[in-house]
Design a protein around this ligand. Structure first.
Ligand code: ADP
Length: 151
């Protein structure tokens, strides 16, 4: 029975758009490029529990410039962090894709290892069109046709 469900999930990957499985932008934990990594911000990052955080231009929450990999913060001294704006850290690329992009295409992209988080936008390459994000976990949940409970 489980195998049948998974096969169904696999067969749907090609027809299902990532817009159908995304985490909506209003539910995404993001940071402003000018946010300083003080204790309050570090706590918020830690409490969010996410390992990748999309970073937007200051004053323009709809224009994304990259993605902060939280584990990068482990290498920095606490004293270094305190006054450091997010924009001075090396951010990872935040590729953009249209909501119609199939889950299958997203899976193929994730497999290349270039990024494991995609920004979904009506206007890829231009600010203002972001509507959500999708990660490898979202696609795997579609294959399993089941939620993966986070740690
Ligand atoms: P993580 O490694 O941070 O737990 P996953 O890639 O395992 O992230 O994704 C788990 C779920 O959380 C997915 O549904 C994904 O869309 C969502 N997600 C990932 N990053 C964020 C974020 N910064 N804000 C909100 N939701 C996120």
């Amino acid at each position: 029975e489980q195998e049948v469900r998974i096969l169904g999930g696999v067969l749907e990957l090609d027809t299902k758009g990532i817009g159908q499985i995304m985490t909506k932008i209003e539910d995404v934990f993001t940071l402003s490029a000018d946010a300083v990594l003080d204790q309050a911000v570090l706590r918020a990052i830690s409490e969010s529990g996410y390992s990748r955080i999309p970073v937007h231009l200051s004053g323009n929450p709809n224009a994304f410039v990259g993605s902060l990999l939280v584990k990068q913060l482990l290498c920095l001294e606490r004293s270094q962090l305190e006054n450091m704006p997010v924009s001075s850290l090396p951010l990872s690329i935040l590729p953009e894709a249209r909501p119609e992009t199939s889950c299958w295409q997203a899976l193929n992209y994730f497999q290349t290892g270039r990024a494991h988080l995609l920004l979904i936008s009506h206007t890829p390459g231009r600010p203002g069109g972001a509507i959500g994000i999708v990660t490898l976990e979202d696609v795997i949940e579609e294959i399993l046709s089941q939620e993966i409970v986070d740690e």
